[in-house]
Design a binder for this molecule. Structure first.
Ligand SMILES: *Cc1c(COP(=O)(O)O)cnc(C)c1O
Length: 398
C-alpha cells in the first residue's frame, strides 16, 4: 500500500480508451463510446476476483458505506455498531442516513471486540460494521454468529484490507455487504472511487438505483427510466474506473510484495523482547498493508513513534494520538458539531461519547504502532529499515 507507487503504462492505456471516445460517464451514450464500459468492466472483474455475485462501483469508500447501508434499508434512528478505532468515514456514512453510530471497543485484533458488540445490542440495532483496519480483519466468524442470533446485518468495511481473506473468502464478502475504497492512498487506487460487494440481489438492485438518483436503469433511454425511490448521486466516472481496471490487474503482485516486505520486518522485530504483534483471528490471512505491533506500555509506544520518525523510519503511525482514526480526537462527534440542524433521531439517540469508557480500546490502541508497508522498497531498503527499527526499539524497551 499504496497503489500509486506502482503506476504507469497499464493505467495510461486504460484512461486513453476513455479519452479517445470522450464518454466520461458510465451510463448511456452507447453509440459514441467505442464499446468501452469501464465501470461495468471493473464491476465484472472485481466480482470475479472476489468470487462475489454483485459489485456496485461508487464515487468513494465513504459513498460505498452510505450506499451499502441505504441498500439494506438502514435509516433514521437505526443503530449501527462500529469500532472506536477506524476512519471518521464510518460515523459520517451512518449519520448521512440519520442512523446512529454506536461506538464499541476494539480488542487485540485492533478491530471490533465480539463481546463488547453483543453487549451493545438493543432493539434499535440493525447492523454490525467491523472495520478491517490496517490490512487485518475482525473475528468474522464470531461476529456472524452474533449477527445471526440477533437477526442483524454484517457489513464489512474492507477499505484498508483488499487482498486479505477469511476462511478462504475475500475480505468484504464474508458478511451480508462489504465496502472498498479506491482513494489515492489505498492498496489499489482509482484516484477516487469505492465499491459495494454483496451476494444479495435485492441489495445490489437498490445500490445500483440509489447511487444514481433512483434511476431504475431499465431500457437504454435514460430519459424514460422510472424512479422507484429517491436516490442521490454517488456515481463513479469512466476515467476513475479505467484506472481501477489497470490497478486491479496489479493487485496479486502488490500482495506478494507487501507480504515479502512485511515478513522481513516482522522477523527482525520478533527478536526484540517485549514486542508482541497484533492478533489475527484463526482462518484469517492479512493483506500485509501494514505491520502492527504492541509495545509494553503506552509511554514506550509514544516514545517509539517519536524516535522512529526522528531516525528516518517514516510511515509508522501511533493511532492513539491521531486526529482522524481514534475516538479520543472525535470531539466533533461527541459534541455533535454539525453544519446543519441534526435530525430529531440523531439528537435524541446519539450517545454522549465525551465521558465514555473505552479503556479496553485504550489498552490496545495506546500500545500499538502500525507501520505502512510500501511497494516501492528494494529488498535492501527493507533490510536497512528493519535493522534501524530493531535498533531504535531495543533501546527503548528495558
Ligand atoms: C479510506 C477509508 C474509508 C473511506 O474511503 P474514501 O474513499 O476515502 O471515502 C472508509 N473506511 C476506511 C477504513 C478507510 O480507510
Amino acid at each position: 500500500m499504496p497503489g500509486f507507487e506502482l503506476f504507469g503504462d497499464l493505467e495510461r492505456a486504460q484512461v486513453n480508451d476513455v479519452l479517445q471516445s470522450g464518454v466520461l460517464m458510465r451510463y448511456g451514450f452507447d453509440s459514441m463510446r467505442n464499446g468501452h464500459y469501464k465501470a461495468l468492466e471493473l464491476e465484472t472483474a472485481l466480482s470475479k476476483k472476489m468470487d462475489v455475485d454483485h459489485v456496485q462501483l461508487v464515487s468513494s469508500g465513504t459513498a460505498a458505506l452510505t450506499v451499502a447501508l441505504a441498500s439494506a434499508g438502514i435509516g433514521a434512528g437505526d443503530e449501527v455498531i462500529m469500532p472506536t478505532f477506524t476512519f471518521v468515514a464510518s460515523f459520517e456514512s451512518i449519520l448521512a442516513l440519520g442512523a446512529i453510530p454506536i461506538l464499541v471497543d476494539v480488542d487485540e485484533t485492533l478491530t471490533l471486540d465480539p463481546v463488547a458488540v453483543e453487549k451493545a445490542i438493543n432493539h434499535r440495532t440493525k447492523v454490525v460494521m467491523p472495520v478491517h483496519m490496517c490490512g487485518s480483519m475482525a473475528n468474522l466468524k464470531e461476529l456472524k454468529v452474533i449477527c445471526d442470533r440477533h437477526s442483524l446485518l454484517l457489513l464489512e468495511d474492507a477499505c484498508q484490507a483488499i487482498g486479505g481473506t477469511f476462511e478462504g473468502k475475500a475480505l468484504g464478502t464474508y458478511g451480508d455487504l462489504g465496502c472498498f475504497s479506491f482513494d489515492y492512498v489505498k492498496t489499489i487506487t482509482c484516484g477516487e472511487g469505492g465499491a459495494v460487494v454483496t451476494n444479495n440481489e435485492k441489495f445490489k438492485i437498490n445500490a445500483d438505483r440509489y447511487s444514481d438518483h433512483g434511476h431504475d436503469h431499465i431500457g437504454s433511454d435514460r430519459g424514460a427510466e422510472g424512479h422507484p425511490f429517491m436516490g442521490y448521486n454517488y456515481r463513479i466516472s469512466e476515467l476513475n474506473a479505467a484506472v481501477g481496471l489497470a490497478q486491479l490487474k496489479r493487485l496479486d503482485d502488490f500482495i506478494v510484495i507487501q507480504k515479502r516486505n512485511y515478513t522481513i520486518i516482522r522477523e527482525a522485530l520478533s527478536k526484540v523482547e517485549g514486542i508482541t504483534f497484533r492478533s489475527v483471528p484463526e482462518g484469517g490471512e492479512e493483506s500485509y498493508a501494514f505491520l502492527s505491533f504492541f509495545m509494553p506500555d503506552s509511554e514506550q509506544a509514544k516514545k517509539a513513534s517519536d524516535l522512529l520518525k526522528k531516525s528516518g523510519v517514516d510511515g509508522c503511525f501511533y493511532w492513539y494520538d491521531n486526529n482522524w482514526h481514534y475516538y479520543r480526537k472525535w470531539q466533533h462527534l461527541s459534541t455533535k458539531q454539525s453544519l446543519t440542524k441534526l435530525s430529531f433521531e440523531v439528537n435524541e439517540l446519539l450517545p454522549d461519547y465525551s465521558e465514555a469508557d473505552f479503556s479496553k480500546s485504550d489498552h490496545w490502541v495506546g500500545r500499538n504502532i502500525s507501520c505502512l508497508i510500501k511497494l516501492s522498497w528494494s529488498e535492501n531498503e527493507v533490510l536497512e529499515r528493519a535493522n534501524k527499527m530493531v535498533e531504535v526499539l531495543s533501546a527503548i524497551i528495558r
